[in-house]
Ligand binder design. Structure first.
Ligand code: HEM
Length: 393
């Protein structure tokens, strides 16, 4: 069986990518796919051990165009850096996104969650995606980065277009370029704002690291802020929507978390494993030959890790296609692993915990009106629902 890029863009794959992943896992360790993400071709790895090996490997680079001209700050962002620059930028970001800083966000998350839930509860029904999972991470990020209210609507419109850019046709590619220019302008404005009024927040820590310590260039600073806006919002929204859909439609999962909310942390990990919001991480380029799943991959070749497939690998997880809120152990790879692993995973988990705690407390009778899920059209990098009609009565 061979799969190509058209298959990954098909409605069948979008609705249920898991049979494809199972076939890829069975057939080969690394699986060659021509023309992925604008690159000439890439090995795709789907088995848990192979994905973990690639993500942890030192002989990989995220700088897909190390000697070429980089066209915009986004191409200089944290995620496109190798050590030592990568470590410098990450250290500055962790000043604003470390465990203590994230814990301090709890009251803000509670306030936003309650404000978003109240109108849905008053009406007895609503679209959970439009009214809750989309605005929650966007509003929190806006507070975290001090994005002025006048920019909120454009921020919401632009960031999914930037994230989906590599998946899209030429026509949509133009939307991507315009959206990327807009988010870049917003990031420059946030930096200027923080230079005018210094602060101790995430942007303040990054501006200081750039201006005082020389830890990153202006393009790396602006590009990493663009990255944060782009990856921080849609991923979290996807986790929340897939999470509620799974809890409300898989057996008595929702009732069980209502009866005992202490089950929520383990239920959230199972949501992240079962419907991983980031299904496919950004491409790595090998800097030295490496043997993966019995296949030698040469230096200069590209490798793409499909964490959504690794998280359903039967060699790692018992009965992997079963949604089990009590699953233990559950060492999923939904946030990646290695030096590029998500540095804001505690912020994502905080939002999920508070959102579901408030939901089960305030809407114990919640149900999904149409249990057939409607997945957003992408060719597989980020997986999330387009809408989710719920009744809370
Ligand atoms: C459920 C929500 C989220 C998921 C599933 C997720 C997943 C991931 C994954 C898989 C990676 C690794 C990519 C790779 O190895 O190429 C990553 C990296 C990253 N994530 Fe997240 N993420 C989430 C939320 C967030 C949030 C809320 C933020 C920021 C506010 C964020 C910021 C980042 C950044 C900056 C990186 C790059 C790290 C690096 O290259 O060192 N993520 N994320």
């Amino acid at each position: 069986m061979r799969f190509d890029v058209a298959h990954f863009a098909s409605a069948g794959f979008r609705n249920d990518p898991y049979p494809t992943y199972a076939a890829m896992r069975r057939e080969a360790g690394p699986y060659w796919v021509p023309h992925v993400c604008g690159l000439r071709g890439s090995w795709m790895v789907t088995r848990y051990d192979d994905v973990a090996q690639v993500l942890r490997a030192r002989q990989t680079s995220k700088m897909t165009n190390p000697n070429g001209v980089r066209r915009c700050p986004y191409e200089h962002c944290l995620s496109a850096q190798d050590p030592p620059v990568h470590g410098n930028i990450k250290a500055a970001m962790l000043e604003g996104l470390g465990a203590q800083r994230v814990a301090e966000q709890a009251p803000a998350v509670e306030r936003i969650v309650d404000a978003l839930l109240s109108p849905i509860l008053a009406r007895g029904a609503g679209d959970f995606v439009a009214e809750f999972t989309t605005p929650l991470p966007a509003l929190l990020l806006s507070e975290l980065l001090a994005i002025p209210e006048g920019w909120h609507a454009r921020f919401l419109e632009w960031t999914p277009l930037v994230l989906a850019g590599h998946d899209m046709s030429n026509e949509k590619g133009r939307d991507h370029a315009a959206a990327l220019a807009g988010v870049t302008q917003l990031a420059r404005m946030l930096v200027a704002q923080r230079r005018a009024v210094p602060g101790d927040d995430l942007v303040g820590a990054m501006v200081r690291a750039c201006d005082e310590d020389g830890a990153m260039s202006e393009d790396q600073l602006v590009g990493t802020l663009v990255l944060t806006m782009v990856v921080g919002y849609e991923t979290t929204a996807s986790m929340l929507a897939s999470g509620l859909w799974l809890l409300a439609t898989r057996g008595d999962a929702y009732r069980r978390v209502c009866l005992d909310p202490r089950r929520l942390p383990s239920a959230i990990e199972e949501v992240l494993r079962y419907e991983s919001p980031v299904q496919r991480v950004t491409v790595r380029t090998l800097t030295a030959p490496m043997t993966v799943g019995g296949v030698r991959i040469e230096a200069g070749e590209h490798v793409t890790a499909i964490v959504g497939a690794a998280n359903r690998d039967p060699d790692r997880f018992d009965d992997p296609d079963r949604f089990d809120i009590d699953r233990q152990p559950n060492h999923h790879l939904a946030f990646g692993v290695g030096i590029h692993a998500c540095l804001a995973q505690s912020l994502a988990r905080l939002q999920a915990r508070i959102a579901f705690e408030r939901l089960v407390a305030r809407a114990p009778k919640l149900s999904v009106i149409d249990p057939k899920p409607c997945w957003r059209p992408t060719s597989g990098a980020v997986r999330g629902l387009a809408r989710l009609a719920i009744s809370v009565g």
